[in-house]
Design a protein around this ligand. Structure first.
Ligand SMILES: Nc1ncnc2c1ncn2[C@@H]1O[C@H](COP(=O)(O)OP(=O)(O)O)[C@@H](O)[C@H]1O
Ligand SMILES: [Mg+2]
Length: 249
């Protein structure tokens, strides 16, 4: 450990032509905490994740993992350094089995796997169990339900050995029971010391999970504080939460 934040972003901006999708955003995420990111559609939340995970390059600013600059590093290098993400739309290798998806992810972390004395198959099995999908190991990933695809996506992200986990709307499209289950899984991941950054519209889940919340609006940081402070902030209510925010599902 370096003593540096597992994830830090400094003054990150991303322009798409004339569109300023992300504007001068900075934050640090610590191990064992959950940072929530919310904001209206088009606020730049997913673009911010794209910049952090390396799926797109930022126009300005820096991304640091454990104090090391990875701003211009490709996705696979960031993955090896410990950043993994899930996507808003469930994204799995649909022609492969659940276990093959897991193995593929586990092979991205051979060094960590060896250090921990685990084979890729052991790492795959451990994380399938964490998300409750062990009985679906031989199922075709493409035919899974949305919930199971989302769980698989989370398990594959973790099987890479990530200590920074970016979750893009992990609760979207899930039933109340599935949301509760996923909340518990994310808590367990946090308790392992992972730095979790979670974009979410489902306020019930976000408020119960997040230690801190950042609200984005028009690409910029609009508010930072605790979930309770966010729920009663008049400006946040005006631009995002609307009337009856505290009781939204
Ligand atoms: N690859 C892209 N090319 C052009 N514009 C994009 C691209 N990705 C996102 N945008 C635009 O950037 C803005 C922010 O989008 P996004 O980050 O997806 O918002 P959010 O996740 O908060 O809903 C939107 O106006 C969107 O249309
Ligand atoms: Mg998005």
């Amino acid at each position: 450990m370096t003593g540096k934040a597992p994830l830090e972003i400094r003054g990150v901006s991303k322009n798409y032509g004339g569109l300023r999708a992300v504007q001068d955003v900075s934050f640090a995420a610590q191990g064992g905490e959950i940072l929530g990111i919310v904001g209206p559609n088009g606020a730049g939340k997913t673009t911010l994740f794209d910049v952090i995970s390396g799926h797109t390059r930022c126009t300005r600013g820096d991304v640091l993992v454990d104090g090391a600059v990875v701003t211009n590093a490709p996705v696979n290098v960031r993955l090896k350094r410990g950043i993994a993400r899930t996507f808003q739309q469930p994204t799995v290798a649909g022609s492969m089995t659940v276990f093959e998806n897991m193995l593929l992810a586990a092979f991205f972390a051979p060094r960590r796997g060896r250090e921990a004395g685990r084979s890729p198959a052991g790492t795959a099995a451990e994380h399938l169990e964490l998300v409750g999908l062990e009985d679906a190991a031989s199922a075709n990933a493409g035919s899974l339900s949305i919930f199971d695809k989302k769980r698989l996506m989370l398990a594959t992200a973790l099987a890479t050995g990530a200590h920074v986990l970016l979750l893009d709307e992990p609760f979207g499209g899930l039933s109340a029971g599935e949301i509760d289950f996923t909340i518990e899984v994310v808590r367990r991941v946090r308790d392992r010391g992972v730095a979790v950054v979670c974009i979410e519209h489902v306020m019930r889940a976000l408020v119960s999970l997040a230690d801190r919340v950042m609200v984005m609006h028009h690409g910029a940081t609009f508010f930072e504080g605790s979930p309770a402070e966010m729920l009663r902030d008049e400006k946040v209510i005006e631009i995002y939460l609307g009337v009856g925010a505290g009781s939204r599902p």
